[in-house]
Design a protein around this ligand. Sequence first.
Ligand code: FES
Length: 216
Amino acid sequence: MLIVGGEDHKTGQADDASERFGRLEAWTRDRFPAAEGVEFRWSGQVMEPVDGLALIGRNPGEQNIYVVTGDSGNGMTHGTIAGILLTDLILGRHNEWERLYDPSRITLRATQEFVKENLNAVAQFVDYATPGDVDGLNEIASGSGALIRSGLTKVAAYRDSQGVLHRCSAVCPHLGCIVDWNSAEKTWDCPCHGSRFDPYGNVLNGPANTGLGLAE
Ligand code: FES
């Protein structure tokens, strides 16, 4: 079995999965002409620190709470590093990787990226002013979701495979951005900081720690 990955995009900022899967398949067939059929397709989510390096060490401000995150898709490597590094930190042993992976580190490049990322998040608030994906609920096919404008805000509407409509607020409970429908994974994804919700609005991925609210 050959696993091929790539075609990354920011959470909630693209809904063109079939084109992306198509490009991955073309890339693969070009390099592995003997490849047969595609068995599975899926997309996941990786955490990318602004400087590209994992955060492994003491949770900032804590002495006895440790974090391992920001794997950027390299969880196998970082998991191994974390096993070594955190063991040393807990046992009070010196480890030369401590500063490198310190979750409190601030680098110049990271500061620039941080500003850029925040501008990108702020730009997503334009979604409050744009029209819905569809004009009416009857345009939503079974098994799919769409945003509908509702006064000054938007509603996230999902029609299940039985044809039953489920509506919730499209406002992300983290900091108020408007979520977007992910047609490949059937989730509501927030373009600001990556929270994700199932089709019924239950939270799947933070930073939001509650589900989408009731539709207005
Ligand atoms: S506003 Fe949705 S994740 Fe921050």
